[in-house]
Design a protein around this ligand. Structure first.
Ligand code: NAD
Length: 430
């Protein structure tokens, strides 16, 4: 595949997934005209065994490393933690550690997960008399729970399993549908696969029972029965004084009043939560989908946290978020680094992981609000980002540090300025 025939090349590649990795790499190499060095870099699996990578997803041609950092200073539910974080954005880990240092005084951050209940859903259409049918379904709740539980004896052994059923009728633009929600205690699993299997298992029985057709049989990522609450109370002198505390409350109020700000407010919370999710190989798409849905549960997008001053003038923060996370199943057990991350935190249950993640989210939120109402977000952020600008501008080796430091010193941190400095430096060498 040469550059000349680039226009005519075809992405329809039969049996790509069945090819040995080397063959897939060869195709990608030719497709994109990658150099041998680029191919060597792409196919370097680092700390992920190649065989494991190939069992995780399809069509694997390589692996991509992200930095793994540890945030310090966290005290959650009276216990000290080091928090593993994986992400690409500068200043998140520093901000988390800094916030945790300020919030650790007194009780530190508290967090409590409500439970590990997930919803498996069956959507039935074309059911005759759907309201009557839904009563019929409820009458057979025990049989349905038995069928669901017959799919997973291991879950039953650890105290979980399908516990209850909810039924409702909804009107879609294609007619009435019955929704059967299977409520499943997934204990230490994220639970999507577990619950999907159960939803698929009860569907044929439902069709025989009330007629119609079971269309969708899958978990809901709107994990409203898996809420985690995190809260903190801190003396104003620990966070820079009363004025800063007041301004943080103002920032919280603004987010409550304007969805444009609320989205960014929640993004700051997720900066912390998703970094821990990545370090522990969680399904972060599920967490984000659930979090945003919960933020919009009143019909208007709202912040997931709220900051106030209590009667003693202490700053109090509270957050509520659905978190679907596990310490068994999915990639958690297969990715060796996820196991190390759990070990660093000393985590033994999914509940504890959810509580830690919520606490980190609240601390991250505090860090962002405090930065916003004081120096602004850019000063800390851009200092760390300076190196990220120096590299694409062309700096290599020790020049990265030199250019980054010069930008910080001059108070001009931008891609353009990095290029200017680099040119100047290179000229001075010639
Ligand atoms: P899984 O299928 O590996 O199941 C975990 C299993 O571990 C349980 O079913 C149970 O039999 C067993 N187990 C052993 N000890 C346990 C304990 N203490 N607590 C609970 N279970 C225990 O994993 P899962 O958590 O069911 O599914 C997670 C995966 O599903 C993720 O990889 C996710 O990306 C994927 N997924 C997500 C969606 C979605 O979110 N919409 C859809 C499909 C798949």
């Amino acid at each position: 595949m040469s550059t000349d025939n680039k226009k005519s090349r075809c992405s329809r590649i039969s049996g790509f997934y069945n090819m040995p990795l080397e063959e897939r790499l060869k195709i990608v190499k030719e497709w994109a005209q990658l150099s041998d060095d680029e191919i060597a870099m792409l196919s370097n699996f680092g700390n992920l065994d190649r065989k494991i990578a190939e069992t995780m997803i399809e069509n694997v041609v390589g692996a991509m490393s992200y930095p793994f950092a540890v945030a310090v200073n966290f005290k959650i539910n009276g216990k000290d933690y080091l928090i593993p974080m994986v992400l690409e954005e500068p200043s998140v880990v520093a901000a988390a550690s800094n916030a945790a240092r300020m919030l650790r005084e007194g009780e530190g951050i508290s967090a409590e997960a409500s439970g590990q209940l997930m919803l498996g859903q069956v959507y039935m259409m074309k059911v005759p008399s759907p309201y009557y049918a839904s009563m019929e379904i409820l009458k057979h709740k025990n049989e349905l729970l038995d069928i669901a539980n017959s799919t997973n004896r291991t879950l039953l052994k650890v105290g979980g399993g399908a516990k209850d059923i909810e039924v409702k009728v909804i009107e879609t633009r294609r007619g009435m549908a019955i929704v059967i929600n299977l409520i499943v205690d997934v204990v230490d699993a994220m639970g999507a696969n577990t619950v999907n299997t159960m939803a698929e298992a009860i569907a044929p029985y439902l069709e025989r029972l009330v007629g119609g057709e079971a269309r969708l049989r899958i978990v809901s990522n709107y994990a409203i029965y898996r809420l985690v609450r995190a809260w903190v109370r801190v003396a104003p002198e620990n966070i820079g004084g009363r004025e800063i505390a007041e301004k943080i409350v103002d920032a919280s109020a603004i987010a409550e009043a304007d969805p444009f700000r609320a989205v960014t407010h929640n993004k700051g919370i997720l900066n912390g939560i998703i970094a821990v999710a990545l370090a522990t190989a969680q399904d972060h798409r599920a967490i984000e989908a659930g979090a945003h849905a919960y933020a919009a549960r009143f019909g208007i997008y709202k912040p997931l946290s709220r900051w106030d001053l209590d009667s003693n003038g202490y700053l109090v923060g509270f957050m509520e978020i659905p978190l679907q996370v596990g310490i068994v199943g999915g990639a958690v057990k297969t990715h060796p680094i996820a196991q190390i991350a759990l070990k660093i935190m000393g985590i033994k249950t999914a509940k504890e992981l959810a509580e830690i993640m919520a606490a980190v989210g609240l601390a991250q939120n505090f860090a962002a609000l405090r930065a916003l109402v004081t120096t602004g977000i850019q000063s800390g952020h851009m200092k760390l980002h300076a190196k990220n600008l120096a590299i694409p501008a062309g700096a290599k080796g020790e020049l990265i540090e030199i250019i980054a430091s010069q930008m910080i010193k001059d108070g001009k941190i931008s891609f353009d300025y990095a290029k200017q400095l680099l040119e100047k430096y290179e000229k001075s060498l010639n």
